[in-house]
Design a protein around this ligand. Sequence first.
Ligand SMILES: *Cc1c(COP(=O)(O)O)cnc(C)c1O
Length: 383
Amino acid sequence: MFNSSFIEISRSALQNNIDFLKQVTGPQVQFSSVIKGNAYGHGIEQFAPLAQECGVTHFSVFSADEALRLTSVAPAPTTIMIMGYLDNEELEWAIQNEIEFFVFEPERLIQAVAVAKSINKRARLHVELETGMNRTGFDLNSLQNVISFLISNKEHLELKGLCTHYAGAESVQNHDRVMAQQQRFKQQVDKLLQHNIIPRQLHSACSAAVMAYPETHMDMVRVGIMQYGLWPSPETHSQYFGQHKEKTDPLRRLINWKTRIMSLKSVPQGEYIGYGTSYQASRDMTVAIIPVGYSWGYSRSLSNLGHVLIRGQRATVVGNVNMNVMMVDVTHIADVQKEDEVVLLGKQGNESITVASFGELSTQLNYELLTRLPLNIPRVIIE
Ligand SMILES: *Cc1c(COP(=O)(O)O)cnc(C)c1O
């Protein structure tokens, strides 16, 4: 092994999560697996083939570079949808390779048709509608122009979808806003339908909307965080448990992040540990040196706070997290040895370090923590 740590990805956990989500939406709703942000830190190259094995045939990415990475590992018949960034050069590549993409401003629409004409191949569009998030999407005022343009260029495009995105379906605080967005979406879709502009699919739901707003499922759901086994927010989680009798989480986290003890050291009472004076040994201690630091995405804000698992027991980070190493207190762990497995995230024995606990300690969201796991930590698939 030529790396100081590695990430395990569980196939059975992914299958479990996808099965659960499909059961929530019903079989007639298409499942699009959202793999932006390097598949939420899981690794596009490792995750996508695994997802295909679990029955996924539709992927959503943010940008053309992610779509390109996906095409290199997912040769089986698969639909790729770019939800965000695409420059004019990449447009040609996307259209040539039958990759679908969101359009949300006139310039993109005009360019897409121009490229489609020039290479004599239809552009596969999802027209994104502005319904209240105020990020990307055509608003009501621009809709008439969009309609005319779509009608006069219909031989150069395939309207794959009409879509929108909700501004915070993971919190009841945003309930009114999300309901208003649904209302606006319906109005705008109706307007397009009246002009005989018929999309193949309507779609709007992310993970939180899948759980909290069943009426948003429509023809397809775009699911990110929950397929990786994490809830979009503590609120979505408790809402689910409020409505269901079972106590066990229907989702299983895919990821374990592991390393080994690099070295052990005895530290006499009264000594400081690591840089500066943030930690002073209150007794004679045994400290394990762990070859992971903030350059690997282990946040410096976990200094003197974070926990890892060694021999099935929790060990606390002592002193500051350094660039490449950190120290943990293993005084209480009998028979601790150099090379012992260290779990930074995930399970060992009966103990577990959850992404949420990790995230709360370092005040990062699940999403942020996962996507910050560096690309160059090796990912290995486990059952
Ligand atoms: C990220 C994203 C999703 C998926 O969100 P999750 O909360 O991870 O399920 C869906 N749609 C769009 C447009 C997104 O940007």
